[in-house]
Design a protein around this ligand. Structure first.
Ligand code: 13P
Ligand code: SF4
Length: 324
């Protein structure tokens, strides 16, 4: 074997666990007194090894009440960052630091700041899919589970600036009957669902109900039987007597659906491109191997400037109080 080949073999031997990856993750969890929080969009093996699986709101609620020394966040950066904002003394690990979010990226702080200043009399409600800098410029944070309730609790005469998701914003305008000033951000995953392919799928499965996340565009949402957060969609399939569902959100959620409702059929809604389903490339950067390595090396870790953390904390705490 060449020198380079030998070096690669050595690195692999040091990186790969002696026992199965799953067993090693469970062992490290005990050793570190760690909790693994996973979003529904993670690959199924990660969901199966997690202590808690949930939507963005449930994951931040869980992070706010954990007593673990280490939080391992199987999700994207803004989710792990929210856990760190809530837990400055605990170590927060993210398997891949590059696991970002197209929606959070569509709201850069240097552009949002003058927008916010232009509408200084507006209350700023931002969706949790944003950076700590954007959270620090917000009055209240919300998720797709509680946004409608939070907006409805604000006196009607108070103007509201809503960001960063224009699709969720437009959906909320319709639901609440309020005129929100919208930041024009979007999720590239939810905006690539194809209406034409969805309509063809509905013809082939006439009994199937269409379930969609409010990050989808209006042309998709108008074809949906139910619109809601990942937990909302999961609860819908649990309680609905229907047997077939077309799922217009990241297909990772189908794992939880199949576990909760064995026998029911779940069909991922197809995107515009040639792929059969529409995985979030950011969420899918996390793998079992990276999860194991981040626990073994206690890195990559989320760190944050304390002054920024304190400013970002207040609107998150307001959300948690309003969602209790
Ligand atoms: P939920 O809060 O519904 O889990 O949504 C998170 C997300 O990133 C949707 O793309
Ligand atoms: Fe962000 Fe969209 Fe991925 Fe959700 S699905 S994490 S909003 S890029």
């Amino acid at each position: 074997m060449s020198m380079a080949g030998q070096a690669v073999a050595e690195i692999r031997a040091n990186a790969e666990p002696k026992h199965g990856v799953e067993d090693e993750i469970r062992r490290l969890k005990r050793e570190l007194n760690a909790v693994i929080l996973a979003h529904f969009y993670q690959e199924s093996e990660i969901q199966d090894v997690a202590d808690f699986i949930g939507d963005s709101l449930q994951l931040s609620q869980q992070a706010s009440r954990t007593e673990a020394d280490v939080i391992v966040f199987a999700g994207v950066h803004f989710m792990a960052e929210t856990a760190k904002i809530l837990n400055p003394t605990r170590q927060v690990l993210l398997p891949d630091l590059n696991a970002g979010c197209s929606l959070a990226d569509s709201c850069p702080p240097h552009l949002f700041k003058p927008f916010r200043e232009r509408y200084a009399d507006h209350l700023v409600i931002n969706y949790i899919n944003c950076s700590a800098e954007i959270k620090a410029m917000s009055d209240i944070i919300c998720t797709s589970s509680n946004a409608e309730k939070i907006i409805n609790s604000i006196p009607r005469e108070r103007p509201i600036l809503f960001g960063p998701d224009r699709n969720l914003g437009r959906y909320l305008m319709k639901k609440t009957g309020r005129d929100l000033r919208l930041w024009q951000g979007a999720c590239t995953v939810h905006e690539t669902f194809s209406e034409q392919k969805l309509l063809r799928l509905k013809v082939r499965h006439p009994g199937a109900k269409v379930l969609a996340h409010p990050e989808c565009e209006e042309r998709l949402l108008r074809n949906a039987d139910y619109v809601g957060s990942t937990t909302g969609i999961l609860n819908y399939v649990k309680h609905d007597p229907g047997q077939e569902f077309i799922v217009a959100t990241e297909p990772g959620i189908i794992h939880a659906m199949e576990k909760e409702c064995p026998g029911k059929i779940f069909i991922p809604a197809p995107p515009e491109n040639s792929c059969a389903c529409n995985e979030c490339p950011h969420m899918r950067l996390n793998t079992m191997g990276k999860l194991y390595l981040c626990m073994k090396n206690r890195s990559p870790e989320i760190t944050m400037d304390e002054e920024l953390r304190i400013r970002a904390l207040q609107p998150i705490q307001r959300m948690l109080e309003m969602s209790a």
